[in-house]
Design a protein around this ligand. Structure first.
Ligand code: ATP
Length: 198
């Protein structure tokens, strides 16, 4: 069994996330992809992140058409602080025979040295699935120097660059600009109906 863990604030989830996740399914031949909605990520301020229930219902809506996608509340169900290294450890205990792949965008890979116990985190992951992100310089050389074997673990996804971010969507909604095609229809309808982010 091959399992992907995709951690994010998903505030809201968008097509960049979905492209990354579907590429991961295909390229890493995953049997299951856990969308790990984070409570308050260690690197984001509390007032930057919206209501958990809102993010959960939007994520559920965004992933509902793909049977291998699963919403995971593993992080929010345990007391913080929530570190990815602990999440991977718990998933490994739940699926002892599975190979575990952690998925992220290039900006998250760049920030890896700031992660709690990043060496152990890398050791626990069988692979990292990474999607390039516009505006992020590739800083892999310094990562290769810092972490032995990281080069062998990184799988770069072959996708076009997608310049969509949750913060841009939130800003667009607040300014009354269009964001209609930046996320799935069902999610758009839910945001409009509930007047989220206004
Ligand atoms: P925000 O704009 O609020 O910071 P975000 O769009 O970066 O949010 P997150 O939920 O923080 O979304 O991202 C979860 C993961 O998905 C991170 O690893 C991030 O790098 C990755 N990701 C998000 N959007 C993209 C994108 N357009 N291309 C590649 N990776 C992405």
């Amino acid at each position: 069994m091959r399992i992907g863990i995709f951690g994010g604030t998903f505030d809201p989830p968008h097509l960049g996330h979905l492209i990354l996740a579907s590429e991961a399914l295909e390229q890493l031949q995953l049997d299951k992809l856990l969308w790990m909605v984070t409570a308050i990520p260690p690197h984001k301020a509390i007032n930057e992140v919206h209501n958990l229930e809102q993010r959960l219902s939007l994520t559920k809506m965004a992933i509902r058409d793909v049977p291998q996608f699963e919403l995971s509340t593993l992080e929010i169900d345990r007391p913080g602080p929530h570190y990815s290294v602990d999440t991977v450890d718990i998933v490994k205990e739940m699926y002892p025979d599975a190979e575990i792949f952690f998925l992220m965008g290039q900006d998250s890979l760049r920030d890896l040295p700031l992660w709690y116990k990043s060496e152990l985190f890398l050791e626990l992951c069988d692979g990292l699935g990474v999607m390039r992100r516009p505006g992020i310089e590739t800083i892999v050389t310094s990562l290769f120097e810092q972490y032995q074997d990281i080069e062998k673990k990184i799988h770069w996804f072959k996708t076009p660059l997608v310049d969509i971010s949750s913060s841009d969507i939130r800003e667009r909604i607040q300014e009354g600009r269009t964001y209609r095609f930046f996320l799935p229809d069902a999610e758009f309808d839910l945001i409009e109906e509930k007047k989220y982010y206004q």
